[in-house]
Design a protein around this ligand. Structure first.
Ligand code: HEM
Length: 212
């Protein structure tokens, strides 16, 4: 096997393992410190864990959203084969973020959780975002693509646009006031989604011009 083929073969398991890095670090930090307020997770370790997992959820979501625009703007197809994996990692970190909220933050107090969903707007937005991501994760397998048919699958997976926007909105609302980090994520999301929308418009316009 030559070097290029070996790199191609190794890339997937290496990226898969790298994506587990953030989880490995937080698990190590939590277990080694026993969630002590003097440990690496600061004075409020539960809040730290929840926010950290939320940060990685939105980062993976934006990474997944970036893959198609990278292909559009550079013509580089390489990352396309990692798109599903990165998207599923986004969902995985969202699930961990949600689990930490339910288990560590709310201690499985379902009445309080329901009250939170209804009362705190950023939690409502987070839940809606999660609800949009579920069908994307469930239909990510080859079997589901086949079952739905390419067209319906593509249409369904457009849900990733509102999911990206709402995830940024959730972050912005949660931080309260104007803060640089959520704005930066929102700008990245706008550029990525904008690239896709403009490309789709151009494609449609070209197709229209051919017909007339
Ligand atoms: C599933 C429903 C969700 C719930 C219940 C939820 C809940 C929360 C909570 C309680 C916080 C921290 C608030 C605080 O510390 O005061 C938070 C922050 C955050 N969440 Fe979510 N969230 C949800 C979905 C999502 C989704 C889908 C994403 C992204 C894909 C996301 C990304 C974030 C980010 C980036 C933060 C801020 C972290 C920081 O301050 O650095 N959340 N969320």
């Amino acid at each position: 096997m030559n070097w290029a083929a070996a790199t191609k073969k190794l890339a997937k398991p290496v990226i898969f393992a790298a994506c587990l890095g953030p989880l490995a670090w937080i698990a190590w930090a939590a277990f080694s410190s026993g969630l002590s307020p003097t440990g690496p997770l600061g004075a409020n370790p539960i809040e730290y864990i929840n926010r950290y997992l939320g940060d990685w959820a939105i980062r993976f979501l934006l990474m997944a959203l970036a893959i198609t625009p990278v292909r559009i703007t550079t013509g580089w197809n390489g990352p396309m084969r990692f798109r599903r994996m990165i998207g599923l990692y986004a969902f995985f970190y969202v699930c961990l973020h949600l689990s930490s909220y339910i288990g560590l933050d709310q201690f499985f107090d379902w009445t309080e959780i329901w009250r939170d969903i209804v009362k705190r707007n950023y939690i409502t937005v987070g839940m809606v975002t999660f609800a949009l991501l579920v069908p994307l994760a469930v239909t990510s397998t080859n079997a589901m693509v086949k079952r739905l048919g390419g067209r319906r699958w593509t249409r369904l997976h457009k849900l990733v646009y509102p999911a990206g926007i709402l995830a940024c909105f959730h972050f912005y609302m949660m931080r309260k006031g104007v803060q640089l980090e959520p704005i930066l994520y929102a700008v990245i999301c706008a550029v990525l989604l904008g690239t896709r929308v403009v490309t789709a418009w151009r494609k449609k316009a070209r197709a229209g011009a051919k017909i007339t």
